[in-house]
Design a protein around this ligand. Structure first.
Ligand code: AMP
Ligand code: MN
Ligand code: MN
Ligand code: MN
Length: 300
């Protein structure tokens, strides 16, 4: 039996980060890097913020890249923290602005609580120093992890999470993210599609992953990420089958944060298994008439 060709993803990347959240490159440099690697359709998906989009849109116009306005939202689904990419959203929609404002306040609360725990452990002024390191106040755990590594409290980012910032570790503070249903609803009201991010990376069993994909579809979700970097072919087929079984379309995204992570680069995503609907084609469907496919205009 010959393998049926899937959908090529080498010119598509619908998940990456800039300095607007926890990436290390400014938005314009992320776009330029993606363009140089042959990406033609790109979504910048910073955590709970769209602050990087104006700069990215200007760079995309210069590089001839189609930039889809997007965001990666932190939320709760079936009593677990998950990330949902809102793709093709109207970033000025009141429902989206209100949700982003709530997430911003929750990030600020949690960052202050993490910093207090670090101070108790003898690491002073963590909040102020983290904000300086980030260059803004929208702190993620990645920023705290970078501070801990820079000061020699641990060797690398994974160790910062396994010793300090991961679930129930020394400086862990649970976040009170909004429900997935609410996030998906806001994405839809803003004209976008909702994609469950990196379903292979939550540490779920196969049974749990299938249940979560079904729960995501029940909550109104549209798609799940299937094509991700360096995923072995058997796992790609398995997550593709799970995604299709849940009735979801499929997305492709690298989750690029930092060129130092050499195993994550633009233009190297594997093809989607045959039979799955590519999510970027949904944006032109009648179901999402408000989704904007062209680079949006932003006022400065
Ligand atoms: P937050 O949204 O503030 O909870 O931070 C989550 C971010 O931390 C993720 O988007 C990743 O970029 C990063 N992260 C989570 N777990 C790890 C890990 N084990 N090693 C390195 N980075 C991680
Ligand atoms: Mn991140
Ligand atoms: Mn994520
Ligand atoms: Mn991400």
């Amino acid at each position: 039996m010959s393998a049926v060709a899937g959908t090529d993803c080498r010119e598509v990347d619908l998940h990456c980060h800039s300095t607007a959240s926890d990436g290390t490159l400014p938005p314009a440099e992320v776009v330029a890097r993606a363009a140089a690697a042959g990406i033609r359709t790109l979504a910048l998906t910073d955590h709970d913020t769209v602050a990087g989009l104006p700069e990215a849109a200007a760079a995309a116009r210069q590089c001839g890249v189609r930039l889809l306005p997007a965001v990666e939202l932190s939320c709760r689904l079936a009593e677990r923290d998950v990330h949902i990419v809102g793709l093709g959203i109207d970033v000025s929609h009141p429902a989206m602005l209100s949700l982003l404002d709530q997430l911003d306040r929750e990030r600020a609360r949690r960052a202050a609580a993490i910093a207090r725990k670090l101070e108790h452990a003898g690491i002073p002024q963590a909040l102020e120093r983290c904000q300086r390191l980030a260059g803004h106040g929208r702190l993620t755990r990645t920023h705290f992890a970078r501070l801990l590594v820079a000061e020699g409290h641990c060797r690398n980012l994974p160790q910062a999470f396994s010793r300090w910032l991961g679930t129930r570790k020394r400086a862990y503070e649970p976040a009170r993210w909004n429900a997935a249903e609410e996030c998906i609803d806001s994405i839809h009201r803003a004209g976008g599609v909702a994609i469950l991010a990196h379903p292979m990376r939550y540490g779920w069993t196969h049974t749990r992953r299938r249940a979560m994909l079904a729960a995501f579809a029940d909550a109104g979700g549209d798609a799940a990420e299937v094509s991700t970097p360096a995923v072995p072919p058997d796992q790609l087929r398995m997550v593709g089958a799970d995604c299709g079984a849940a009735g979801l379309a499929a997305s492709a995204g690298s989750d690029f944060h930092d060129p130092g992570q050499r195993w994550i680069r633009f233009g190297a995503l594997p093809p989607l298994p045959a039979g799955l609907r590519p999510v970027w084609k949904l944006l032109t469907d009648a179901r999402h008439p408000a989704a904007r496919v062209d680079p949006p205009e932003f006022s400065p």
